[in-house]
Structure formats: structure tokens, C-alpha cells
Design a protein around this ligand. Structure first.
Ligand SMILES: Cc1cc2nc3c(=O)[nH]c(=O)nc-3n(C[C@H](O)[C@H](O)[C@H](O)COP(=O)(O)OP(=O)(O)OC[C@H]3O[C@@H](n4cnc5c(N)ncnc54)[C@H](O)[C@@H]3O)c2cc1C
Length: 382
């Protein structure tokens, strides 16, 4: 793996860094406080090509690759984790359609996702009773002549109240003949489709500017052409999308942790106790050093997974390793950042409090830490 960034990767990183520092970071506290879906920032990201970084240029994307995407995500997440996760899911939906869609599906949806004509894309896999185990899903799609009819409920759907298109998984084969994930297919459902109801937004600990809703499909009819990929082939699409998505969440976690470390270093230089900066105390120095080691190790794991994916190599285990390590590092680093800030860190005056709340979800979504360890251990034992 060559760790030197090519010109495209450097350009994407620098572009994301500039926009994040100049426009996103100043808005982040307000987005969190008012649970504001960051439309203006997403439009800005679209204008910079960052809502479809790894989608081919012919489909309106940037065609800049997976490493560029990971680098851009880190930059945006270091400024605002809510904006970053919204960006991540839209990128993921664009990539899934670009990879598995028919020419007509790609032409219809990808340019709209990239350009912000759709305010977001949503990925609707989880259900109230099927999270880590998608094989337990109960949503069905019934073949009814020219249409599919979807019935059921989805839970925790990021950007669901704003999405122009949803990638939705539903059972097309009866459990008796198609047990577990075998009878699951994937569909593209447009925002505003009749029979699709959007539930109220969740009141969350962190990433409060990211919209998270339940969905209800009540005899929601979609055309036959809405099937994405093969009939009963939906689980494979979900797993491939999540493998890639885990690189995005690793990057989000790294970005959050980087912001917490930067704030901690600045505070350690400035805050004085016992007549000297707290950064002079070895207890604080060791915390900072451990934070930096964790963040850089997470970054290297993330770059490896991104590099493998970009070069069409197997990357599932590496994406899980990156995700579990980066997310747990972000939780630890942001917690330490609060400790370094003392009582001030426990208040909304200082961003480290937001970073800690934002980091917490990264060990949960797109597969919990426990699920990542299952993926890693299975690949070792198989
Ligand atoms: C803010 C937010 C946004 C989200 N966005 C989306 C989205 O856009 N689209 C979407 O489809 N989903 C989304 N999710 C759902 C997310 O992916 C799930 O929450 C996650 O997969 C875990 O599922 P669960 O919450 O049902 O927990 P459960 O699966 O019920 O797990 C509960 C606990 O049991 C553990 N556990 C479960 N099975 C095992 C096992 N076999 N071995 C060991 N431990 C196990 C888990 O690790 C966890 O600790 C989002 C969630 C959140 C919180």
C-alpha cells in the first residue's frame, strides 16, 4: 500500500478541509443545539463533488475513489459529525445504485444524489425487531402484476424525512422456502411515494443534526423497475454496501477524534493550574500521546481498507477491523478530551462535550462493535 496521496486525493482532502474549517465548523454547535438538518452545508458539499465522491463522473459523481472519500469524510466529521453522517449515507446510496442499478436506475437517481436535487439518499435495512440480524426482517414486497407492493416498518433511517430515494430491503420469498436472508430483495423507493409514511425524528444523544426516523410502508406500490439487482439477491447488496459504509463510519470516527485531540492540545497549553500549563503535567501528556497513537493507528487501518476496496481486493475483514478500532478509539479519545478539559469539558461551552456525544453512535450503527468482531473472527476461523 502506497501511503503517498495522489494529486486527486490531495485535492479532495484539501477541498474538504477548507470547506469544513471555513463553513461547516462555525455552524456545528448550532446544528447540534437546534437539531438542524444542515441543508445549506450539504448543498455546499454537493457543489464540491463531495456527495458522490466514489460515483463515476458519467453519473454525475466525482469518480475520485474510495481513499479520497475516506479523507473527505474525516475532514467533514472533524467539523460536524451530523453533516458527515448525512454525507456518508448519501454517498453510500449513490455507490450502491451505481454498482447494482440498471442503466435507467443509475441515470435517474445518481445525478440527483450527487447534485443535491435529492436532499439526501436513505438506506433502509434496519427494522424495529431486526437490527444486527437483518435475516429477521418482516417487511415484505408482494408481486402484483406490474408492481411490487411493500408492507412493513423500518427503524433508525438516517435522513429519512429528507430523502429523494430510499434503498429498501424487503422479503420477497416466504420464510419456509427462503429462510433467513435468502428471500430478501432490494428496491428503490422514491421520496413521497404513496403508502410511505415518515415517522417522527428520534431524540438522540448525539449527531443531533442528522435526521433519524422510522418508516412505515402501507401498501406502498412501486413499479417492477424498482427492483435493484437480482430477485432474492438483496442481502448480498446490503452486505457489500455495509462493508463500504464501514470505511465511511471509520472516517467519521477518526474525524471526531481528531477534533477532540486538537481541542485538548490547545486547552492543555492554555489552562494553568499550580502555576503552569496543565500540558506540563505528565498525566496530561500521556493522555495526549495515547490519543494521538490511537487516532493514527485508526487512520492507517482505515486507509488500508479504503485502498483494498479501491483496488477491487477483498476488504470486508479490513473494513470491520477499521470500524471497530476507529469507533472505539473515538469513544475513548473524546472521553479523555473531557477529562483534560476538567469541569469546563462537561459543559456545552466547549466542543468536546459534543464530540463525545457524537462519537458514541459510531460503535453502534452500520454494525455494532460486537458484529464487527464476529466478522473478523469468522474470517480467521473459516
Ligand atoms: C443514529 C442511528 C442511525 C442509524 N441509521 C441507520 C440507517 O440509516 N439505516 C439502517 O438500516 N439502520 C440504521 N441504524 C440502525 C443500526 O444499524 C442498528 O442500530 C444496529 O445495526 C444495531 O441494531 P439494534 O439497534 O437493533 O441492536 P441489536 O441488534 O438489538 O443489538 C443489541 C446488542 O446486542 C448485541 N448483539 C446482537 N447480536 C449479537 C450477536 N450475535 N453476538 C453478540 N452480540 C450481539 C449488539 O452488538 C448490541 O450490543 C441507525 C442507528 C442509529 C442509532
Amino acid at each position: 500500500m502506497d501511503l503517498t496521496l495522489n494529486e486527486t486525493q490531495k485535492l479532495v482532502q484539501q477541498t474538504a478541509r477548507d470547506f469544513s474549517a471555513r463553513v461547516i465548523a462555525p455552524a456545528a454547535s448550532d446544528i447540534d443545539k437546534h437539531e438542524r438538518f444542515p441543508e445549506d452545508l450539504l448543498k455546499g458539499l454537493a457543489d464540491l463533488g463531495l456527495l458522490a465522491v466514489n460515483v463515476p463522473e458519467a453519473l454525475g459523481g466525482s469518480g475520485a475513489g474510495v481513499v479520497s472519500y475516506a479523507l473527505a469524510m474525516q475532514e467533514v466529521a472533524s467539523a460536524c459529525a451530523s453533516t458527515a453522517v448525512t454525507m456518508a449515507v448519501t454517498n453510500m446510496v449513490g455507490e450502491v445504485i451505481a454498482k447494482f442499478g440498471t442503466d435507467a436506475q443509475k441515470a435517474l437517481h445518481c445525478p440527483k444524489l450527487a447534485s443535491f436535487e435529492y436532499k439526501a439518499g436513505s438506506f433502509a435495512l434496519s427494522e424495529p425487531d431486526a437490527g444486527s440480524d437483518p435475516g429477521g426482517m418482516a417487511t415484505t414486497a408482494r408481486d402484483d402484476g406490474d408492481t411490487w407492493v411493500l408492507d412493513g416498518a423500518k427503524q433508525w433511517i438516517t435522513s429519512g424525512a429528507h430523502a429523494g430515494v430510499f434503498v429498501v430491503w424487503a422479503r420477497t420469498g416466504p420464510r419456509e422456502t427462503h429462510p433467513g436472508t435468502r428471500g430478501v430483495s432490494c428496491f428503490l423507493v422514491e421520496g413521497g411515494a404513496k403508502g410511505l409514511k415518515i415517522g417522527r425524528a428520534e431524540d438522540k444523544l448525539g449527531i443531533r443534526g442528522s435526521n433519524t426516523v422510522a418508516l412505515e410502508f402501507d401498501a406502498c406500490r412501486v413499479p417492477k423497475s424498482a427492483l435493484l439487482g437480482q430477485l432474492h439477491g438483496g442481502f448480498k447488496i446490503a452486505m457489500m454496501a455495509l462493508d463500504g459504509g464501514r470505511i465511511g463510519i471509520s472516517s467519521q470516527a477518526i474525524g471526531i477524534a481528531r477534533a477532540a485531540l486538537a481541542a485538548s492540545v490547545a486547552y492543555a497549553k492554555e489552562r494553568k493550574q499550580f502555576g503552569k500549563p496543565i500540558g506540563d503535567f505528565q498525566a496530561i501528556q500521556w493522555k495526549l500521546a495515547d490519543m494521538k497513537v490511537g487516532i493514527d493507528a485508526a487512520h492507517l487501518l482505515c486507509m488500508r481498507a479504503a485502498y483494498l476496496k479501491e483496488n477491487d481486493k477483498l476488504f470486508s475483514r479490513e473494513a470491520s477491523m477499521s470500524k471497530v478500532f476507529a469507533s472505539e478509539t473515538a469513544v475513548r479519545v473524546t472521553n479523555e478530551a473531557i477529562q483534560i478539559h476538567g469541569g469546563y469539558g462537561y459543559t456545552r461551552e466547549f466542543a468536546v462535550e459534543r464530540h463525545m456525544r457524537d462519537a458514541r453512535v459510531t460503535t453502534i450503527y452500520e454494525g455494532t462493535s460486537e458484529v464487527q468482531r464476529i466478522v473478523i473472527a469468522r474470517s480467521l476461523l473459516s
